[in-house]
Design a protein around this ligand. Structure first.
Ligand SMILES: *Cc1c(COP(=O)(O)O)cnc(C)c1O
Length: 342
């Protein structure tokens, strides 16, 4: 990326300078799409979009397109911060119902199939495959029958296989596992487009965006290029997502093992079956020790371990880009810290 910013493939112009209607950009977008299709096994009856506005823009865009007539209902499975945020603006367009509310148990768990209270005539069911802040991850896809299932996969996309065919829409902001901020990948079943409000603003219309191949306006050229390169790296390094999964499983197992072997010095936030492989939320015996942990870790070159302000404590994010050695270094530091302060 660094080299291509100055000169893209010997054109004498950087990748941020080429026209989004040019053949070189066309090739970049096609590569990003082809790599995603290969890795996630995305069938032809799904379109792949590259949109602006972050994952957060999908929160209103979904009800805006689906809940357009006769008090339409969207079901929400809420297992943490982001699932809760996804609901906040639904009432501008229709009705949001809670199919599961993890707040009652402090967002530590994912629901079993039997715990879901689904509305039979819902236009869709929304869930968050990995809750980034609480470190709570679904280990299997919820069953919603014929109701389209929508997944916010922002923080675990491409970290493991995901069955696209069981979803109506899968979306993910790029900046965790796909590339740099500035683009949101949306995988959408084409047959759903016929059910959508024909009258929403073009930029917020899935139908219009599919028709325009995500180029209603200037797309995030550089960010899409980063997705093409990241997905190329995954294909070259791992080949298939089951290999990425094995790699991530190994990293996460190291950190959870360190927590479980600490005689209660470290405590994990998520319940066993809901433990995320991407984000490990945990804490020491006190907030002041948490603070000290963050400071001392930083001195040892281990950064970004402070928990999100809404949860506190500590959080180790183990995204695809994080090498095994980093998880090993963290585990080594955890043992040392415990020895000094337990
Ligand atoms: C980070 C994150 C978001 C927000 O993404 P933006 O691109 O900043 O809007 C939404 N959902 C999940 C699960 C996330 O991890």
């Amino acid at each position: 990326m660094r080299a291509s910013l100055l000169d893209y493939q010997g054109l004498g112009r950087g990748v941020a300078e080429i026209s989004h209607r040019s053949a070189p950009f066309e090739a970049i977008q096609r590569e990003a799409e082809a790599n995603l299709r290969a890795l996630l096994d995305i069938p032809d009856d799904y379109a792949v979009l590259f949109l602006h506005g972050g994952a957060r823009m999908q929160f209103p865009m979904i009800p805006m397109n689906f809940l357009w007539s006769n008090g339409g209902v969207g079901d929400y499975i809420v297992t943490g911060h982001w699932g809760k945020a996804a609901i906040t603006e639904v009432d501008r367009f229709g009705v949001a119902r809670l199919a599961y509310d993890g707040a009652k148990t402090g967002y530590r768990a994912v629901p079993s199939q039997g715990e879901l209270k689904l509305t039979s005539n819902a236009r869709y069911v929304h869930y968050t495959s990995n809750e980034t802040i609480e470190g709570v991850e679904f280990q299997r896809v919820p069953d919603t029958g014929s109701v389209p299932l929508i997944c916010d996969a922002s923080s675990n996309i491409l970290s493991r296989p995901l069955d696209v065919r069981r979803h109506g829409i899968i979306y993910a902001g790029a900046q965790k596992n796909l590339g740099i901020a500035g683009v949101t990948v949306v995988i959408i079943k084409r047959s759903l487009l016929d059910r959508m409000d024909p009258d929403v603003p073009q930029m917020l219309s899935y139908r219009a965006q599919v028709k325009a191949d995500s180029r209603l306006n200037t797309p995030s050229v550089m960010a899409i290029y980063s997705v093409a390169l990241t997905t190329r790296w995954i294909r070259e390094t791992f080949g298939v997502l089951t290999e990425v999964e094995a790699f991530n499983r190994k990293k996460a197992a190291l950190v959870y093992q360190a927590i479980d072997d600490s005689d209660g010095f470290y405590r994990g936030h998520a319940e066993g079956g809901a433990r995320s492989r991407m984000n490990v939320a945990f804490m020491t015996p006190s907030p002041s020790l948490d603070e000290l942990f963050v400071a001392e870790a930083e001195d040892s070159g281990l950064v970004a371990l402070k928990g999100h302000r809404s949860l506190g404590g500590l959080r180790a994010s183990l995204y695809n880009a994080l090498p095994l050695g980093a998880a090993e270094a963290l585990v080594g530091f955890m043992a040392d810290f415990q020895k000094r302060y337990a």
